[in-house]
Ligand binder design. Structure first.
Ligand SMILES: Cc1cc2nc3c(=O)[nH]c(=O)nc-3n(C[C@H](O)[C@H](O)[C@H](O)COP(=O)(O)OP(=O)(O)OC[C@H]3O[C@@H](n4cnc5c(N)ncnc54)[C@H](O)[C@@H]3O)c2cc1C
Ligand code: SF4
Length: 449
């Protein structure tokens, strides 16, 4: 399972553009630049479709001269493919109790850069996966993929169940690049792109019920990532195909929609994707349960037994815990002193965000909503020393002096920098931040990531 021989390394952005052409060639209509902002329901409670968000609202939510109301897209079955921690998918899980009886979903934050490297250092097809360093007591690791056009995709994933509020996944990624086995690959090269995105790490045991009346969750909205392999796109595609086949059959048999497509979860259960995820199910929880060294040994043994068809010797399934609940108070933990960026191999947040081509219309409602505006200072800053300023890889959250109140702090949200990684929605210790879709078309633009 851990072998990458025969796999392709490529840009998922480029693959998606190619797939879009194929789909349009088959008559599929694609609406890029529109966010699905709301789930629409029939009177009987089944999902009717979605509504796209309004365009041209000002920061207070009032229509401007450019206002265009959202449109409704209705369907017999609506598939939600929002990727990890989808904002509507979260609502659906709650409304239809889709997470009842499954383990909590857990996540990592992946930070990735593209580098044009010196020609003599480029080894097309080479794949390097690492684990651990520079992390000490938190799970995570890095990857280097030598892609075409002389580029290397390099990234680092930090498990979001870390305890120390002083930990900064962004700075850990910067440190990762200074390892003596990594730095030489980048020296003499040029960083050309930057991005960040959470990744599901909960495994098979965290996959929710996949269907509800009138729709289904597919891809990473449900969480089909094979964590030890750091691969989810194959299972995302497979789940979409299985759901599509189930809907096609139901409609062919005269179905009018609005019911549960139970054939989809049944087909998933019988698929190679389920078998693969079943074999990998204990790898990530073992690291959380037993720590880096013992957990890795356990995972290796478990994967090895499964690869030999001896998985029945370890038939149990380990559980997960919610990432935000793992954060400890600042007073219990030690501050981490990260080195300053050198501007050649390591960089700061703002120059990084610049390379993500992130753009949001400035005058629009903030898409990083707070349930209680007082909590960031009263709890997050007071108890955890403001971890959102560190776990956000785009510098969106800043505690600044509030000019009007004699030195007191307030949380400033630079929402226009948000790269839509969803980490704040996941890791905020008080679960006070809810990520909602910004105005359609806003966000990072990753041409070749
Ligand atoms: C750092 C990192 C490295 C990875 N490396 C690999 C790898 O090497 N191989 C591999 O197979 N997998 C890898 N994965 C996992 C892989 O990226 C995912 O499993 C896969 O992209 C999931 O596909 P998806 O279509 O379900 O979701 P996504 O690819 O996340 O696509 C969802 C899309 O929906 C959009 N969206 C979300 N909400 C809305 C909304 N409400 N309205 C409109 N649009 C919306 C999002 O902006 C996004 O474009 C990696 C993940 C990370 C984070
Ligand atoms: S604001 Fe939240 S979603 Fe946006 S980049 Fe920061 S952590 Fe990610």
């Amino acid at each position: 399972m851990m072998s990458n021989k025969g796999c392709y390394t490529l840009s998922l952005g480029a693959l998606s553009r190619w797939l879009a052409d194929q789909a349009e060639g088959l008559g599929v209509e694609i609406f890029p630049g529109f966010a699905a902002a709301e789930v629409l329901y029939n009177e009987d409670g089944s999902v009717k479709g979605i509504a796209t968000g309004d365009l041209g609202l000002d920061a207070e939510g009032k229509p401007t001269a450019n206002h265009e109301p959202g449109v409704e897209l209705l369907a017999k079955y609506t598939f939600f493919a929002e990727g990890v921690r989808g904002s509507l998918s979260q609502q659906l899980m709650e409304r239809f109790n889709l997470r009842d009886g499954v383990e909590p979903q857990t996540y990592g934050i992946g930070i990735k850069e593209l580098w044009d490297v010196a020609p003599e250092k480029h080894k097309p097809g080479q794949v390097i996966h690492t684990q651990g360093w520079p992390l000490t007591d938190t799970g995570g690791g890095g990857f280097l993929y030598h892609q075409d056009q002389g580029q290397v995709a390099i990234g680092f994933i930090v498990a979001l169940d870390y305890e120390n509020p002083y930990l900064s996944p962004f700075e850990e990624m910067q440190r990762f690049k200074t390892h003596p086995a990594i730095r030489p690959v980048l020296e003499g090269g040029k960083r050309v792109a930057y991005g960040a995105r959470a990744i599901n790490e909960g495994g098979l045991q965290a996959i929710p019920k996949l269907v509800f009346p009138g729709g289904a969750l597919i891809g990473c909205a449900a969480g089909f990532v094979n964590v030890p392999r750091i691969k989810g796109s194959h299972n995302a595609m497979k789940s979409g195909m299985l759901a599509a086949e189930a809907a096609f059959q139901a409609i062919k048999l005269g179905g009018t929609g609005g019911d549960e497509l139970t054939a989809y979860p049944e087909a998933f259960r019988a698929s190679w994707a389920y078998k693969e995820l079943y074999r990998a199910r204990n790898a990530r929880p073992a690291l959380a349960k037993f720590g880096g060294l013992l957990g890795t040994l356990y995972s290796g043994l478990d994967l090895w037994l499964n690869s030999l068809g001896l998985g029945f010797l370890a038939p149990w399934t380990l559980g997960n815990h919610e990432d935000h609940s793992a954060l400890k108070k600042a007073a219990e933990m030690t501050k981490i002193d990260y080195p300053k960026p050198d501007g050649e191999i390591t960089f700061d947040r703002l120059s990084s965000v610049y390379l993500s081509n992130t753009n949001h219309t400035e005058n629009q409602p903030c898409h990083l909503t707070l349930k209680d505006a007082a909590i960031p200072v009263a709890v997050n800053l007071a108890d955890y020393d403001g971890p959102e300023a560190r776990f956000c890889p785009a510098g969106v959250y800043e505690f600044v002096e509030d000019g009007d109140s004699g030195g007191a702090q307030r949380l400033q949200i630079n929402a226009q920098n948000c790269v839509h990684c969803k980490t704040c929605d996941i890791k905020d210790p008080t679960q006070n931040i809810t990520w909602v879709t910004p105005e359609g078309g806003g966000g990072p633009n990753y041409p070749n990531m």
